[in-house]
Write a protein that binds this ligand. Structure first.
Ligand code: NAD
Ligand code: UDP
Length: 336
């Protein structure tokens, strides 16, 4: 299949491009580089040993995107592009609603006009709000804690309305849990701007000595050791989940959790990261971070049964591959 990958130079998009090409699909990338760098394209091309068509376009620009659809015939679209910082979305709600919702509407509108058969949407576990884990796809969605989360809930709703008038379209809504890790080659990975908010990138910077210590946000949760529990998923496993959805999902809307189904605490992550990479992670316990929940992990029965997909990579793999990516480039030659 010929697949349009929006946001294909970003963290999850770039890894998915590799999996698509390794599974004999062809890919066209659209990205406006708002949160990625053009160098990622050459690293991707090195990895897959072929050139990849790329358009630097903002998806909210319908005219420019129409031209991409006129120049290419797509069998499917994977729509990753979007702004993703929870904290920033609280500060800049309009930017988040505009970027994430308008881009989704423009892409799905053109998908219909140009009769594209398959559409995969990047959603998030955040749409569940604060409910008890394991989280199943059948749960009612609760109000999320941020404008970012609301753009995901609304994006899902828009797609469900489109499906009502276009029943042949195969729509996969994929709710990611906590994507981490990097490609084992060390050529692509994630490098958030500034001081990271998320646990794993923060740990990596502490291990490298760029940050002094990790603040652990609370050790008094009702969890195995008092620290927060999340469902971490290796980005390569996550990328494979998109290929499965694209290849197997038939008409209608199908929603799947993409997680490991297993929770891991902050302290457990620190212990594993130190062990597999032979580094020290100094930390101190501080107050809980506002808005955090104790535990969040997926029920993955549906995706296992219907798509035959499950994670194969471990927390050890995630820690090792993140560190490998970090070590491969110093800050001056950084690609992401
Ligand atoms: P990312 O920021 O690394 O990649 C997103 C890409 O989209 C970037 O390259 C950016 O430049 C591009 N982009 C953003 N707005 C655009 C626009 N208007 N036009 C064209 N390109 C645009 O993010 P990621 O971690 O790869 O996430 C991909 C998707 O998955 C996002 O929709 C995100 O909300 C969702 N998601 C991510 C996580 C996570 O923890 N990484 C968790 C759940 C869901
Ligand atoms: N966390 C932490 N210190 C940090 C960042 C995160 O203790 O500097 C904890 C956080 O409280 C949560 C877990 O690590 O329990 C995962 O946080 P992250 O922000 O990576 O993911 P999210 O909370 O969005 O699922």
């Amino acid at each position: 299949m010929n697949i349009l990958v929006t946001g294909g130079l970003g963290f999850i998009g770039s890894h998915t491009v590799v999996e698509l090409i390794e599974n004999s699909h062809t890919v066209v990338i659209v990205d406006n580089l708002i949160n990625s760098k053009i160098e990622v394209l050459s690293h991707l091309e090195t990895l897959v040993k072929q050139s990849i068509p790329f358009y630097q376009i903002d998806l909210t620009d319908e005219e420019a995107l129409t031209q991409v659809f006129e120049e290419n015939k797509f069998d499917g679209i994977i729509h990753f592009a979007g702004l993703k910082s929870v904290g920033e979305s609280v500060e800049k709600p309009i930017e988040y609603y505009l970027n994430n919702l308008v881009s989704t509407m423009v892409v799905i509108k053109l998908a219909q006009e140009f009769s594209v058969g398959k559409f995969v949407f990047s959603s998030s576990a955040t749409v569940y709000g604060d409910q008890d884990s394991p989280l199943r796809e059948t749960l009612d969605l609760k109000e999320t804690t941020s404008p970012y989360g609301e753009t995901k809930t609304m994006g899902e709703r828009i797609l469900k309305d489109i499906a009502k008038i276009n029943p042949k379209l195969a729509i996969s809504i994929l709710r990611y849990f906590n994507p981490v890790g990097a490609h084992p080659s060390g050529l692509i990975g994630e490098n958030p701007n500034g001081i990271p908010n998320n646990l794993m990138p923060y740990i990596t910077k502490v291990a490298k000595g760029d940050l002094k210590q990790l603040d652990i946000f609370g050790d008094d949760y009702d969890t195995i050791d008092g620290t927060g529990v999340r469902d971490y998923i290796h980005v390569v496993d996550l990328a494979k989940g998109h290929v499965a959805a694209l290849e197997l999902v038939e008409s209608g809307v199908h929603t799947y959790n993409l997680g490991s189904g297993k929770g891991t605490s902050v302290l457990e992550i620190i212990i594993i990261f130190q062990k597999v990479n032979s580094v020290k992670i100094p930390y101190k316990i501080v107050r809980r971070r506002s808005g955090d929940i104790a535990t969040c992990f997926a029920d993955v029965t549906k995706v296992n049964d219907e798509l035959g997909w499950k994670t194969t990579l471990t927390i050890e793999d995630m820690c090792r591959d993140m560190w490998n990516f970090e070590m491969k480039f110093d800050n001056s030659t950084r690609v992401l």
